[in-house]
Design a protein around this ligand. Structure first.
Ligand code: AMP
Length: 432
């Protein structure tokens, strides 16, 4: 019951209208601490209800402690425009019965309109760090009376290279403010460093760590010979699986664009989302997907973080993500709050090691699945089938006779003997 939190009546009305019956674990833990105006470092993934976990105590504070001073009172930073827009929408819904004004400041949207909105004194601003810094440099934004600073998806923000911007923005904020830092993981070096710099005597709320097995998501692998075979498998799955909405991930923008034509040719309602698209088109795509006008979205990792679209119960990895953390974020778009989801990875020979590495990283084995209508030649790595070692069969393997001049060991292979790639490590990336 939300009434347990002693939130302002206007907020309980909004929570009720949204149909939230009972608080989620992150809300149970974070809301009371945040209401005591403590700094928090919270590990929680999207889908856990974390947005309301930071919005409700923040709105409660702004309602119960009205300020006579001009200026922004709560600032929420998010890594991508889509996530910022989503948080903005949720904030407006939760603030529906209050007089608080909420502003959205992101790149790609009209600069003048945003300046005007800030001048009209929105008490709450939700923004991406890049655009906010631009605005700070253009005119002096006043964060000297800021009550609460929130960094959402901080690990992603830092991976996207926003570390300096975040520090610069935090440096412009009232030093007496409360800071709430939300991250999918607490073991991210950048997050630890930033938390050290900008949080004061903070409490840690650690839940839903990345390594928790997603028990409500069935994870499958389908082997594929090549990209052409993958395209056939993809079309088959989208035509034959039962789902409400499906999200298909590719590693590149080019591949995302390429896949849509043939699928549309099969009369599937397909949209595309990637970072090279104009912001207006990105927003429109998201609206169409939310409304169900298109029920299949082909996307790059831009859509893997934070996006909360109701009814996604199928996620297909057309390309295997580059590391385990990206995999978790992609599949996390389904199976949200008590819903069931299915995720299918299409794996070709060159991706086998990457996929096996992700399984090791997550300490999980995904279910192998065959599509009878589209059997391929690739049946998994030869080593597994031939050696019998993996199946626990002890067999003496006769060493091959080396024929002088014929056996070559590449220098690269020699260097890597005994070394294991750690798929969970993430290279710095920009919006894709
Ligand atoms: P988030 O993790 O903040 O992206 O939230 C995921 C989804 O859960 C959003 O659609 C929220 O509206 C919804 N949600 C948040 N809190 C609750 C709750 N207590 N009960 C049901 N749904 C919720």
């Amino acid at each position: 019951m939300f009434s347990y939190f002693s939130l302002a009546e206007q907020l309980l009305l909004a929570v009720n209208k949204l149909g939230f019956d009972k608080p989620t674990p992150v809300q149970i833990q974070a809301i009371p601490l945040a209401m005591e105006h403590k700094d928090l470092l919270v590990s929680a993934e999207t889908g856990s209800g974390k947005t309301a976990a930071f919005l409700l105590p923040t709105l409660h504070r702004l309602i119960t402690l009205p300020s006579t001073k001009f200026g922004t009172r709560a600032l929420i930073l998010a890594p991508t425009r889509e996530l910022a827009r989503q948080t903005f929408t949720q904030c407006r819904k939760l603030a529906e019965f209050t007089s608080l004004k909420v502003g959205l400041v992101t790149g790609g949207d009209d600069f003048k309109h945003q300046q005007g909105m800030i001048r009209r004194n929105a008490e709450i601003i939700i923004s991406t760090p890049g655009r906010l810094l631009e605005l700070i440099e253009q005119e002096s934004l006043d964060f000297s009376h800021l009550d609460v600073l929130i960094l959402d998806e901080a690990d992603r923000m830092l991976d996207m290279g926003f570390s300096e911007a975040v520090l610069a923005i935090a440096g412009r904020c009232n030093s007496q403010r409360q800071t709430l830092l939300f991250s999918a993981t607490l073991t991210h070096y950048g997050v630890i460093k930033i938390a050290d710099r900008i949080l004061k005597n903070h409490k840690v709320v650690a839940l839903n760590t990345l390594y928790d097995g997603h028990s409500n998501i069935e994870q499958q692998i389908v082997l594929a010979d090549d990209n052409e075979h993958k395209q056939k498998l993809l079309a088959w799955l989208l035509l034959n699986e039962t789902y409400n909405k499906a999200l298909v991930f590719t590693n590149t923008r080019i591949k995302a664009n390429e896949l849509q034509g043939p699928l549309r040719g099969q009369k599937l309602r397909v949209g595309v989302l990637h970072g090279e698209m104009d912001q207006k088109d990105r927003n429109r795509m998201m609206e169409l997907f939310r409304a169900g006008e298109v029920n299949i979205m082909i996307a790059t990792d831009l859509a893997a973080r934070g996006l909360d679209v109701k009814g996604i119960n199928l996620v297909i990895n057309f390309d295997i993500p580059r590391n385990g953390i990206d995999y978790i974020h992609r599949i996390g778009r389904t199976g949200r709050i008590d819903e069931l989801g299915l995720t299918i990875a299409l794996v070709k020979a060159t991706e086998w090691n990457l996929m096996a590495g992700i399984e090791r990283f997550l300490k999980q084995k995904f279910k192998r699945r065959n599509i009878k209508d589209l059997q391929g030649k690739y049946k998994g790595p030869k080593k597994l089938k031939a050696s019998g070692k993996a199946a626990g069969i002890k067999k003496k393997i006769e060493p091959k006779k080396a024929v002088a001049g014929k056996v070559k060991i590449r220098h690269r292979d020699q260097k890597n003997i005994g070394k294991r790639r750690v798929p969970g490590t993430k290279p710095a990336s920009t919006e894709n």
